[in-house]
Each structure stands twice: as structure tokens, then as C-alpha cells.
Design a protein around this ligand. Sequence first.
Ligand SMILES: NC(=O)c1ccc[n+]([C@@H]2O[C@H](COP(=O)([O-])OP(=O)(O)OC[C@H]3O[C@@H](n4cnc5c(N)ncnc54)[C@H](OP(=O)(O)O)[C@@H]3O)[C@@H](O)[C@H]2O)c1
Length: 293
Amino acid sequence: MGIKGKTIVVLGGRTGLLGQALCHAFTQAGARPVALSSQDCDILDPKSVDIILDKEDPDVLINAAAYTQVDLAEEEQEMAFALNATAPPLLATLAARRSIPFVHYSTDFVFKGDKTSPYTEYDETSAFSTYGISKADGERGLLKLGYDKTLILRISWLFGPGRSNFVKKILTLCDTRDTLTVVEDQVGSPSYAPDIATGTIKLLEKKATGIFHLANSGQTSWHGLASMAATLAGKDCTITPVPSSEYPTKAVRPHYSVLDLSKYIRTTGMTPRRWEDALAEYVQKELGMAPKA
Ligand SMILES: NC(=O)c1ccc[n+]([C@@H]2O[C@H](COP(=O)([O-])OP(=O)(O)OC[C@H]3O[C@@H](n4cnc5c(N)ncnc54)[C@H](OP(=O)(O)O)[C@@H]3O)[C@@H](O)[C@H]2O)c1
């Protein structure tokens, strides 16, 4: 389907990291995004979403809204499951009633992390954390509903403009600290939100449905990502690698959650650019920083 001229309702589009990138990409592609936050409608109250869908009469419904606080989810399990597991199939039902595509996002944290090669769409999910389990339940709910115009994109390690993210936090910390410690035994695929947004458009154009993995190409550790960001930004900060055991968190994260992008590449004919190139664009063009001469 061509995107130009289409109306696209983006839940999470007004304030979310990914949602804002999606709305920007849709505008660039000549579509009319309707950007929403929890102030506009509550995905826990499908009636409030239904009213907006009646008013906007969209061609696509996108759910970029979620409970995304991975550690806090261990304390707020009920809210995490309500937003990440219960809401998605209810939203897909609203799209099904209108026979429009429904796009939903999931995460690499649905995987346990005990593989040593990239996770494919056909690998079993088996998360440790409440966040990961709730997102996996959301996927299962959508598959059980079986609406045939549903597209689920698993993405990972998101960074980009518009909202706080790991890269921005590291660069801010570098301004006040001489040294930082960052975990090195968790390896994954960084994803630049604007690249996920253009990738979403490519899949919509191909009328893709089912589960897809999407991230930037390549892999690194959190330490690798932090170090590269600091170098690209010219920060004088020593970033020391540490094992996860030295940085305990409430939620257990996978040690390895690199996503296999073959299905996306086969379907769209496009290979996402490497994470280092996307990071350079974010740090230097978006944040206006530069490496040391
Ligand atoms: N961030 C990552 O590293 C990452 C990694 C893998 C996958 N993902 C997935 O990618 C998707 C987007 O994540 P993100 O990081 O862009 O999220 P985010 O920045 O935390 O934004 C979440 C959005 O959801 C909205 N929202 C929360 N509760 C809502 C409710 N009850 N009703 C309506 N809207 C509500 C928020 O609106 P308010 O601002 O009004 O609360 C916000 O716009 C999620 O499915 C997430 O699981 C993210």
C-alpha cells in the first residue's frame, strides 16, 4: 500500500520515542499522522480509542504506546500486563472492525538470551523479566486473535530524538563525570528510532503481516554503544566495562538478544544501515556534537 495521502493514527505518537519518529517519517512520506498520547486517549479504555478512530477514519492504526519502564515493571506488574498484554488485542479488534492494518511493536526482551547467534522470528520466546513476559503475552494475544492485517515488529535498544534514551543519558553523564562504568556482557542490536520508522513504512508498502525483527545492522554491548557515543560526541570520559553482576537491576535482562534481520531484508530488499552510522547521525546531526579534532 502507498503511504502518501493516508491517515495514520499513531498511539504514542505525540510523546513516545518511537511514536514521534513514526509521525515525522509519515509526514515526510506525505501521509497525515494523528499523533496521540495518554492525554488524548487511554489504550486501557478501548472506547476512548474507538471515538478517535471514528473521528479520524484512519487507513492504518499503529500502537507505539506501551509500558516501557523495564525495572519499574517488576513493581508495577499489573500496569505492565494491562498495557503490554491486555491492550494490544483489544486495539487490533478496533482495527479489524474497520479492516485496516494494525501495527504493533515488541522487543528483543521477549527472549531469554541464551543463544549465541541472532534470534529469528521462529525462535521460541522465553523472557525473564515482567516487561519481557508482558510483551510476549501481547504478541501471543495478537496471534490468538488472528487478525490477518496485523504486523508485529520486534525492535531493540531504541535511541533517537524526542525522549530520554540510553545514549542521551550516557552523553549527559559524561558532562559531569570523569569515569563511567557500563555493562559489557549484554549484547544486542541498537535501533535508531527514525530508521525503525522508515523500516515500518517499507513493510507497510509491502503489505507485510506477521512478526518481523527490525534493528540497525551489527551488534554491540551497552559498553560498546556508550563508548562509541562518547567518541562520536568528543566526550573526555573514561567508560569502563563491567559485568552485569556489578550493576544489579530489578529486571533480569538477556545476555544476548541480537535480532536476525533476514526476513526484513528479504521482504523489503533493503538492509538497515549499521548502528554506528545511525549513531553518528543522532549524536552529530541531531545533538550537534562532534568528535575531538
Ligand atoms: N525503548 C526501547 O529501547 C524499546 C526496545 C524494544 C522495544 N520497544 C517497544 O517499542 C515501542 C515504543 O517504545 P518507546 O520507547 O517509544 O516508548 P516510550 O517512549 O516510553 O513511549 C510510550 C508511549 O506510550 C504512551 N502511553 C503510555 N500509557 C498509555 C496509555 N494508557 N494510553 C495511551 N498511551 C499511553 C505514552 O504516552 P504518555 O507520554 O502520555 O504517557 C508514550 O507516548 C513499545 O512497544 C516498546 O515496548 C522499545
